[in-house]
Design a protein around this ligand. Structure first.
Ligand SMILES: [Ca+2]
Ligand SMILES: [Ca+2]
Ligand SMILES: [Ca+2]
Ligand SMILES: [Zn+2]
Length: 344
């Protein structure tokens, strides 16, 4: 079972692809990433879509129980090669066959096919980047992580996924429920990429690492809410409803955004557990300011974080960002969210 997601290279994973250079920001203006193709995904995961807590992995079998969760979508920003290579992500599978589009369509692969996870990875990373852009990052605000990251679907034995901050690289494992069958796991990992894109090497200490985990959880929920709509059929604050079905009791949540942990009493010295202190504060900011302003403050503030920031300093930067963007009332609401957690 998974207790947590790890970060960094503690396992041997082949990294043979050359480093991605430059940013993909200008790609759509003639760099060749203007192609689209249809594909089949979960939107964002079958437990959340169907409100069913009794779905089981059943060794990756497809069944009628999942039928209503498959969604045909348009994958954008592709390079037109037919592979899942685009402006913001290039998918590399270490298992099974590589997904290839034919006449602008990826086949209607379901969860028992390796290509399904590849399409999921492409679609949800690209959707997360679109969420950032819809907030204004890359237009009215600085670009955030507008680079092509590499996403690997790996036969990694443990139930784990991780972000390699040195390689703009995400690996999604296949333990229990395949990690890439849950958009919230994909986007959590992309959250680490986002922070690394904003502050290279971010997260060198316990508290900065916990901020990374809490932000990844936050991003996974706000992006999937934006893409799929609310209300959700399971608790909105629940992260990774489907991936966690193989290692938690119902209702299945890897972690939640709406817990009551406070600083410092609930610090456990483990980044994922302590990240729930941070993510609750972000969730309160989001609910006080609304999705667009809340996420804009949360993400814009991160440009000012030190790689080894403390909760306290990062909270002050976030309050200052709210002040700068939206004025006194917004700043007071953000301060209240961190005060409620004992951080300020
Ligand atoms: Ca699968
Ligand atoms: Ca898993
Ligand atoms: Ca969820
Ligand atoms: Zn993480």
């Amino acid at each position: 079972m998974r207790l947590s997601k790890i970060r960094g290279a503690t396992v041997a994973v082949a990294v043979a692809v050359a480093a991605v250079t430059g940013t993909a920001g200008g790609a759509q203006a003639g760099g060749g990433f203007g192609h689209s193709a249809t594909g089949t995904v979960f939107h964002p995961n079958p437990v959340q879509q169907l409100g069913l807590q009794n779905l089981a992995d059943d060794k990756d079998a497809d069944s009628a129980a999942f039928a209503a969760a498959y969604r045909r979508v348009v994958l954008t920003d592709l390079d037109g090669s037919g592979t899942l290579t685009g402006a913001y992500v290039a998918v590399k599978s270490k298992t099974g066959q590589r997904a290839l589009a034919v006449n602008g369509a990826y086949a209607d692969w379901h969860r028992d096919k390796d290509q399904f996870e590849q399409v999921m990875g492409y679609y949800w990373v690209t959707t997360a980047q679109h969420y950032l852009q819809h907030l204004g990052f890359g237009s009215t605000l600085r670009p955030v992580n507008q680079r092509q990251i590499e996403l690997r679907i790996d036969q990694y034995g443990g139930d784990n996924s991780f972000f390699r901050e040195d390689k703009a690289n995400i690996t999604l494992g296949k333990g229990g429920v395949d990690d890439a069958e849950d958009a919230e796991v994909i986007i959590h990992e992309y959250g680490h990429s986002v922070q690394d894109g904003q502050v290279p090497g971010f997260g060198t200490t316990l508290e900065s690492g916990a901020i990374g985990e809490g932000f990844g959880d936050y991003l996974s929920v706000v992006v999937t809410d934006w893409a799929t709509g609310v209300p959700t059929a399971t608790a909105e604050a629940c992260v990774a409803d489907w991936d966690s079905a193989s290692y938690t009791a119902a209702p299945h949540c890897l972690r939640r955004l709406d817990g009551n942990k406070v600083y410092p009493a609930d610090v456990r010295g483990e980044v994922h557990a302590d990240g729930e202190i941070w993510s609750r504060a972000l969730w309160d900011v989001h609910n006080a300011l609304g999705d667009v302003k809340g996420s804009t403050v949360v993400i814009e503030a991160q440009f000012d974080f030190a790689v080894d920031t403390t909760f306290h300093d990062a909270a002050l930067k976030t309050v200052a960002t709210a002040q700068r963007l939206y004025g006194n009332a917004a700043a007071a609401q953000v301060r209240a969210a961190f005060t409620a957690r004992g951080i300020l």
